[in-house]
Design a protein around this ligand. Sequence first.
Ligand SMILES: [Zn+2]
Length: 113
Amino acid sequence: MHEYSMAQEIVQVALAHCQEKKIRAIYLRIGALSGIAWESLQLYLNLILEEKNLDFVQVFETEIPPSFQCQCGQSYISSWTEGCPYCGSFQRTIQEGLDCQIESIEIEETSSS
Ligand SMILES: [Zn+2]
């Protein structure tokens, strides 16, 4: 149910951001190592948006690939199961890919006539 509470939070943040205006789209960045199942998150987002009569809002997701800093000094982008391409080591720190963030929220332009 981690994805459900996350979806609720995303919608809340989006609504707080746009105030009275209409949201058109929400852009998310999801870390490949965040453990978030995008399919479930999307499902819950759609449910929550529908409940709030916001089912016209589109949600887009970009995956943040995992990037590591190796003990040998190199940084690299790789999958969790592969070591450093330079020295083969798994002694590394994660630089990116753990977070899930709202990248931007698209709001309908209201004509000021
Ligand atoms: Zn290395």
